[in-house]
Design a protein around this ligand. Structure first.
Ligand code: HEM
Length: 196
């Protein structure tokens, strides 16, 4: 009990001693009272922070980039691609050239709803781009019957897109051809009733 009391007293003396030494040191070195010294110190820190804040720009561009970063979607069918045509504001705007899918969300002005080129969004627009056509019958990825000049135009578009937009996936064969593939697999499996 006595030891604890003594220890408390000792600590108190020690703290007071340190305080007295600090006050003396501040007074010796600055000629200021502790109150004046700490007030000036605080003002200096506030000024420093304020001046730094004027020159240091907080770099939040990385966070913005991360938020807008394109998501790799891999393979998708034309039907799935259609769901990225801008009708769902929470989904990116996608468009394909020669089966390669690009995220064109950064040009929402062109490709978003009401945009001049919104008819290309959510599908493979290769044929329309090659023919420089907006006709509904050309809004597809069918390259049949196109000449060299048209294929060159398409290639130019492709280069433009490759440069400007992230490629996020590729169009796979139609869902029904996949289904027929599944059917075939099922037909040759052991449990098929018509296997013999
Ligand atoms: C009357 C003729 C046309 C005019 C005046 C015109 C004008 C423009 C302009 C000013 C831009 C913006 C360029 C930029 O800021 O990067 C643009 C972009 C574009 N144009 Fe046209 N255009 C015309 C015809 C066409 C045709 C026939 C097609 C294809 C069928 C087409 C497809 C596109 C596409 C896909 C973009 C956007 C490219 C991107 O994503 O950067 N345009 N057009």
């Amino acid at each position: 009990m006595l030891t604890i009391k003594y220890l408390n007293w000792y600590h108190h003396r020690l703290k007071m001693g340190l305080y007295a030494i600090a006050v003396e040191a501040i007074n010796d070195y600055t000629g200021l009272s502790p109150t004046a010294f700490f007030t000036i110190l605080c003002l200096m820190v506030i000024t420093y922070k304020f001046v730094c804040g004027m020159f240091i720009v907080v770099d939040d561009s990385k966070a913005v980039r991360r938020r807008n970063e394109p998501v790799q979607l891999g393979e998708m069918t034309e039907e799935e691609l259609w769901s990225y045509n801008g009708s769902d504001p929470n989904k990116p705007l996608l468009m394909a050239i020669k089966g390669q899918i690009y995220d064109v969300s950064s040009s929402r002005m062109f490709y978003g709803p009401g945009g001049a080129y919104s008819m290309f969004t959510g599908r493979d627009a290769s044929r329309a781009l090659a023919l420089l056509s907006f006709k509904p019958q050309d809004l597809n990825g069918n390259l049949e019957g196109l000449g060299d000049a048209e294929l060159d135009i398409l290639r130019d578009w492709e280069f433009k897109f490759m440069e400007k937009y992230p490629r996020v996936g590729v169009i796979t064969a139609k869902e029904n051809s996949k289904q027929s593939g599944d059917k075939l697999e099922h037909e040759i499996s052991d449990d098929h009733p018509n296997k013999d």
